[in-house]
Design a protein around this ligand. Structure first.
Ligand SMILES: [Fe+2]
Length: 483
C-alpha cells in the first residue's frame, strides 16, 4: 500500500485514474474547527447544519477506481447564532470498520466487480447522498445499500436503519422526506425481478409501507420525487450490459429505443396501483421537486441530454460512457403527468445552461416551489464551477455567482431558512468552494434573495475539501428530534 502522506496530491500514486489525484485527492484527517478567518458576517439568523457527503477512500483501492467506490466522508458546517463549527468524519460503514480492524482493504470497486459477487466483494460506501430524517442524518449510496444513521452535529455513525428487505435488501440514494408529515419515501433497485421496490418510513423511523415495483427489466435509476399524496419512481432506458454483467463486469448501456417512464404511485399504494407516463428517452440524475396542480403531478428535474452523433441521432455508446463517468450535460426540465387524462407533457425550461446537483427549501418537499439552486456543471469532469438560482415557474435564471469558472469547485448548494422565514427564498444558500488558483478553501453563505451580489460571508477553512456529491440542510427542529 502506498503511504498516503508522501504526496497529498496523489496519495495513492497516479495509477488509479484522475479521480484520486490533485483536487480530487482524499484527505486523511478528521477535524473539529471553530476559529476561522471570516470575510463578511455569518448571519445570526441562520441556524442549522449544512451537511455534504462524498467519496474519500481511506486505503489504496484494488484495481481501477470509480467515485462511487470511495468511503463516504461527511463535511458539516454547523451554524449557531452567528458562529460556525466545521467537522468532517468518515461514515463508519460495516466495510470501513472491517478495514479499520486490519489496516487495509480487500474490497473491489464497481469497475472490477458487481454487487452479489463473493469472490470480489463490493463495499457499500454510503458516499452519495445525505438527508435529515427522524432527528438524524441518513447517508446512502447510489448502488443501493444500507441506510446509515449519523448524528448531524458530531457526525458520529449511530447505526443502521432496519428497513431494508429482500429481494434487494437496500435503499438507494435519494430517499425523500416530507418534512410536514415526517415520512421518508425510498426505493431500492436490483438485477432480479421485479427490479424495484418502494417503501415509506415514518417520522419515528419505523417502516410503515413496502411494495414491489415491476420494471420491464433491470434498470439503473438514480432519483425519485414525491408530492403530498404520491411518489414518482423512475424507469430509465439505462441498464447493465447483460453480457458484461454475466462476466462479472460493470458496463452500462443507454437504449434510445426505449422511453423514459415515470411511475406515479399513491404514497401508500401497492405496486399494481402505479401509473406509468412515457417521455422522450433520457437519463435523469436528479429531480429538484414535485407537487400536485389540479389533476396533474408536476416534476422539475435536471434532464441528462443524450449525446448526438454527427447525423443528429442519439449516440448510445457515447451517452452511456458519459453517464458512467459523470460527464454531465443537463438542462432544467419540467414534466407534467395528468392523472385524469393520462396525458404526459415535458418542456425544457432553459436550454442555455448545463445545470445539475439541485437544492431548494426542503421544508417544501412535495409542495409547490418556485426557487431552485443549482450548480454550473463542467461538461467533462465532476466539477461545479458556480452556483445559480432559478425561477422554475418561468425558467429564468434569477441570479448566478462564481469566484471564477476556470478555477472553482463548488459543492451542492442548499437553502437554509432564516429564523423568521417570511417567503420561500427568505434565507441563505450555503456551499463549500475550493479555488485551484488561490489554493483556498471557503465555506460561502449567500443571501438566497440575491445570489448575484456574491457571498455575504466567506469562512476560510484551512484545508481542501475534496469534491463530493450531495448535501442537505437540517434545521434545529430536525436535529432536536434526535436528542
Ligand atoms: Fe445523486
Amino acid at each position: 500500500m502506498s503511504n498516503p502522506f508522501v504526496n497529498p496530491q496523489a496519495p495513492f500514486g497516479e495509477t488509479h485514474g484522475p479521480m484520486l489525484t490533485g483536487t480530487f485527492a482524499p484527505i486523511f484527517e478528521e477535524f473539529v474547527l471553530d476559529a476561522f478567518d471570516v470575510e463578511g458576517e455569518i448571519p445570526a439568523d441562520l441556524n442549522g447544519v449544512y451537511l455534504r457527503n462524498g467519496p474519500n477512500p481511506r486505503f489504496e483501492p484494488n484495481g481501477k477506481y470509480h467515485v462511487f467506490d470511495g468511503d463516504g466522508m461527511l463535511h458539516a458546517a454547523h451554524f449557531d447564532r452567528g458562529k460556525v463549527t466545521y467537522r468532517n468524519k468518515w461514515v463508519r460503514t460495516a466495510g470501513w470498520l472491517e478495514e479499520d480492524a486490519v489496516g487495509g482493504t480487500d474490497y473491489w470497486g464497481i469497475m472490477s466487480t458487481l454487487k452479489g459477487r463473493t469472490d470480489r466483494r463490493l463495499k457499500d460506501t454510503a458516499n452519495t447522498d445525505v438527508i435529515g430524517h427522524a432527528g438524524h442524518a441518513l447517508a446512502t449510496w447510489y448502488l443501493a445499500g444500507e441506510p446509515y444513521h449519523i448524528d448531524p452535529i458530531t457526525l458520529e455513525t449511530l447505526g443502521r436503519g432496519d428497513y431494508v428487505f429482500a429481494p434487494g435488501k437496500g435503499i438507494s440514494a435519494h430517499p425523500k422526506v416530507d418534512e410536514i408529515t415526517g415520512d421518508l419515501m425510498f426505493f431500492d433497485y436490483f438485477h432480479q425481478a421485479p427490479h424495484m421496490s418502494y417503501g415509506v418510513v415514518d417520522a419515528k423511523g419505523r417502516l410503515t409501507h413496502h411494495t414491489a415495483i415491476e420494471l420491464p427489466g433491470p434498470r439503473l435509476p438514480h432519483d425519485m420525487a414525491v408530492t403530498e399524496h404520491y411518489s414518482i419512481l423512475h424507469d430509465l432506458p439505462v441498464y447493465n450490459d447483460e453480457e458484461a454483467y454475466r462476466a462479472g463486469r460493470h458496463k452500462i448501456r443507454f437504449n434510445a429505443a426505449l422511453p423514459t417512464r415515470f411511475g406515479v404511485i399513491p404514497r401508500f399504494g401497492a405496486g399494481q396501483d402505479i401509473r406509468w407516463f412515457e417521455f422522450s428517452p433520457c437519463f435523469l440524475y436528479h429531480t429538484i421537486n414535485a407537487w400536485e396542480e389540479g389533476d396533474e403531478v408536476v416534476m422539475v428535474a435536471c434532464r441528462y441530454m443524450p449525446s448526438k452523433a454527427a447525423d443528429g441521432s442519439i449516440d448510445e455508446v457515447l451517452t452511456a460512457r458519459r453517464i458512467a463517468t459523470l460527464g454531465m450535460n443537463a438542462r432544467l426540465w419540467r414534466y407534467r403527468m395528468n392523472l385524469k387524462t393520462g396525458e404526459a407533457r415535458e418542456e425544457c425550461l432553459d436550454d442555455a445552461c448545463n445545470v445539475e446537483f439541485p437544492g431548494f427549501d426542503s421544508a417544501r418537499t412535495g409542495r409547490k416551489t418556485r426557487w431552485g439552486y443549482v450548480v454550473d456543471h463542467d461538461p467533462d469532469i465532476l466539477r461545479w464551477t458556480g452556483i445559480r438560482k432559478y425561477d422554475t415557474d418561468s425558467g429564468a435564471c434569477a441570479g448566478a455567482w462564481s469566484d471564477g469558472h476556470e478555477s472553482c469547485w463548488y459543492s451542492e448548494p442548499w437553502f437554509g431558512p432564516a429564523d423568521n422565514q417570511r417567503s420561500e427564498d427568505h434565507g441563505y444558500v450555503v456551499t463549500f468552494v475550493w479555488n485551484d488558483r488561490s489554493r483556498e478553501q471557503q465555506l460561502q453563505v449567500f443571501d438566497a434573495r440575491d445570489i448575484g451580489q456574491g457571498p455575504v460571508a466567506r469562512v476560510r477553512i484551512p484545508h481542501r475539501i475534496p469534491p463530493g456529491f450531495h448535501a442537505c440542510w437540517m434545521k434545529p427542529s430536525q436535529i432536536a428530534a434526535a436528542k
